[in-house]
Write a protein that binds this ligand. Structure first.
Ligand code: NAP
Length: 235
């Protein structure tokens, strides 16, 4: 996929943070980009802002609902005729020791970060077979390193890392590439933070990483990428 102009992408959870950064980077390459949010109004508002950079569609679609993922893929194909890239990015984190972690927090984490990615990829497979497209999942270093108060998040991201690698083996025979990106700390709104620290990975850096992956020669597939701040905070 060396010329990205007029190629199309669907990014789950593109209303802010990493998904937004990837959307901006792909638009700058001349791609047409759909972003999703749990809120249709929010998706449309952010799509309006991004439309200064190119053609954007904002779709209300909760990744925890398979039918809404199917509809999002259908909307992209109806609008632009094809789907080339699907970035399964939407995710959240609840961090608490096991005795404090609630059943609802566990379920929301697994349903969003793991089952939600399964739904998104399942919904996109047939469209991507037609384009020999590219699936990218946003896992985390928490998908390979465990830490206290991380049981739900670690479980979701360890699961996602394994899921994505297995799907990569299933789909590469069709010429579909699958990569999981595993970032360390990124400056976003994740877990009610504000994207203010300069030492963290910035969203445009991950946008650049996705562009670089899409530009990689078709014969070569970086399947799992760990990415971390060069100089982490000493706190
Ligand atoms: N920030 C980090 O340090 C870091 C590090 C490693 C990995 N990650 C991963 O990166 C991904 C993006 O996180 P972020 O840091 O960009 O966080 P963020 O700034 O909080 O953005 C999260 C995005 O996910 C969307 N989202 C959440 N639940 C959703 C659902 N059920 N359906 C659809 N969209 C949903 C949100 O949209 P709405 O709120 O508008 O619905 C928002 O666009 C996550 O998978 C996260 O685990 C983050």
């Amino acid at each position: 996929m060396q010329n990205l102009k007029n190629k199309t992408a669907l990014i789950t959870g593109g209303s802010k943070g990493i998904g937004y950064g990837i959307a901006e980077a792909l638009l700058e390459q001349g791609m047409k980009v759909a972003i999703t949010s749990r809120s249709a109004a929010k998706a449309e508002e952010v799509a309006g802002q991004l439309s200064q950079k190119g053609e954007v569609l904002g779709i209300g679609a909760d990744v925890r609902d398979f039918a809404s993922q199917q509809k999002a893929v259908e909307q992209v194909v109806k609008r632009w005729g094809q789907l080339d890239v699907l970035v399964a990015n939407a995710g959240l984190g609840h961090f608490a020791a096991i005795e404090d972690l609630t059943v609802e927090q566990w379920q929301e984490t697994i349903d969003t970060n793991l089952t939600g990615v399964f739904y998104s990829i399942k919904a996109g497979v047939e469209a991507l077979k037609k384009t020999k497209g590219y699936f990218i999942t946003i896992s985390s270093l928490a998908g390979t390193n465990f830490f206290p108060k991380g049981s739900a998040y670690n479980a979701s991201k360890f699961g996602l890392t394994g899921f994505t690698q297995s799907v990569m083996l299933d789909l590469r025979q069709y010429g579909i590439k699958v990569t999981t990106i595993m970032p360390g700390s990124v400056a976003t709104y994740f877990n009610n933070q504000q994207p203010k620290e300069d030492w963290k990975i910035q969203i445009e850096d991950l946008g650049q990483m996705v562009v670089d992956l899409l530009h990689m020669h078709p014969r070569t597939l970086p399947s799992k990428i760990e990415v971390r701040p060069t100089q982490p905070s000493q706190q």
